[in-house]
Design a protein around this ligand. Structure first.
Ligand code: PLP
Length: 397
């Protein structure tokens, strides 16, 4: 019998909401795309977004910038990370994370991943003395035990930057993701929870760090035109010593983000419904391990992961090929070469690392897929069925 093929597009984002399109038109018709073109005293869309985002997360200060990667580099710079400094980060993350560290001439030191797809806290405790800063990636929306992680950080003097590219709106034990560390960075690139094509956001409660990041982002001396900035005094101490590394957000992006932010929680509930439909469809499949989600973790999933732990590399590659032939795009963190957005710590040769066998075991069996909101729950049922069938077939082959 001919096997069915899933015809949905894993790369297909939803259209922007009408309110975002109307806001974009308003900005384009005004011609005032640069954030500092607003008349003195008037609030630009970027400044308004900063205020709304700070309120949403519950942070004192927020800054909108050009991308998530730029936000990470700015956070590191603001903390004084420079050439030769060692910075702890996840072995399982996306390339822009170690890239932000290496871009400053600093040295990524990788911390392992557990079967729950979070940073290995024993490995973190063992390596904590090796660096002053941890750039912690909540990769693919999986959140480590943040209470325990912060105990380790506090006991060892580690400063934590949270990479919340995949956890905007998520919580650990009731606390918003991004509120544990000194600074948190978010991305509004198309595959994230808010979509402006490119874009990033930073939050902190620390006035000196906020002021520094604002000047670094290219504020010139217009830092009084921000939506969630500290007072002028915070800038006095650093305005002569902080370089302008232009990476501002523009009003067009901010205008399309503001209505999306207002709808973020509702969108995340839709994403989670898709995630749970897939999770239910893949429960009990022999050889396939679902990722445990502790009760303390209120996740906001926009992708789905599962493990084929201790499978042969050839058999995992077979599952990927079989699923692809039926329209289901799985990305494999164990593939020999980096492909598309998917790579892992030992692909980043600019940051050599000693082998990490426990991490290699997890990554060797880790499959990942996007969950665009353009999919329905029925689509998730179809995808789960195809994966079930092809995992079973590959196991027998
Ligand atoms: C985990 C993670 N951190 C940071 C980033 C960087 O975000 P951007 O693409 O906006 O630079 C990404 C982007 O995909 C990411 O997945």
């Amino acid at each position: 019998m001919e096997k069915d093929v899933f015809s949905g597009q894993f790369t297909q984002a939803e259209p922007l909401p009408d309110a975002a399109i109307a806001a974009a038109l308003r900005v384009m018709q005004s011609g005032q795309l640069h954030r500092y073109t607003a008349a003195p005293g008037a609030l630009s869309d970027v400044a308004a977004l900063e205020g709304e985002f700070a309120t949403y997360i519950g942070a004192r200060h927020a800054l909108a910038v050009a991308s998530g990667g730029y936000a990470l580099a700015t956070a590191l710079r603001a903390l004084g990370v420079g050439p030769g400094d060692r910075v702890l980060t996840n072995a399982f993350t996306l390339a822009p994370v170690p890239g932000a560290i290496a871009g400053l001439g600093a040295v990524p030191v990788f911390v392992g991943v557990t079967e729950r797809l979070v940073i290995d806290l024993d490995d973190l405790a063992a390596k904590a003395g090796a660096a002053r800063v941890l750039l912690l990636s909540h990769m693919r929306g999986h959140i480590a035990d943040m209470d325990q992680l912060m105990r380790i950080a506090d006991a060892t003097g580690l400063i934590v930057i949270e990479d919340c590219a995949h956890t905007m709106g998520a919580r650990w034990n009731g606390v918003m993701s991004g509120r544990h560390g000194r600074i948190a960075a978010y991305s509004t690139q198309t595959y994230k929870h808010l979509n402006s094509g490119e874009g990033g956001l930073l939050i902190t409660d620390d006035a000196a760090l906020a002021a520094k990041m604002i000047v670094l982002s290219g504020s010139y001396m217009l830092y009084d035109r921000h939506g969630a900035a500290p007072g002028a005094a915070a800038f006095e101490a650093l305005k002569y010593d902080t370089p302008n590394l232009s990476g501002r957000m523009d009003n067009l992006r901010a205008a399309v983000l503001r209505p999306q932010l207002a709808a973020l929680d509702a969108q995340c509930a839709r994403w989670n419904a898709l995630y749970r439909a897939l999770e239910a469809g893949l429960a009990g499949v022999a050889g396939l391990t679902l990722i445990a989600r502790p009760e303390a973790e209120a996740y906001v999933m926009s992708s789905f992961q599962f493990l084929l732990l201790d499978w042969d590399a050839a058999a995992v590659a077979d599952v990927v090929a079989r699923a692809k032939a039926r329209g289901v795009e799985l990305k494999w963190f164990g593939a020999p070469d980096p492909a598309g957005f998917t790579s892992r710590y030992n692909h980043w040769h600019y940051a050599p690392a000693a082998p990490m066998p426990a991490t290699d075991r997890v990554l060797a069996g880790l499959l990942d897929m996007r969950l665009p909101l353009s999919f329905s729950r029925e689509d998730c049922g179809t995808i789960a069925r195809i994966i079930r069938e092809e995992v079973a077939a590959a196991a027998l082959a």
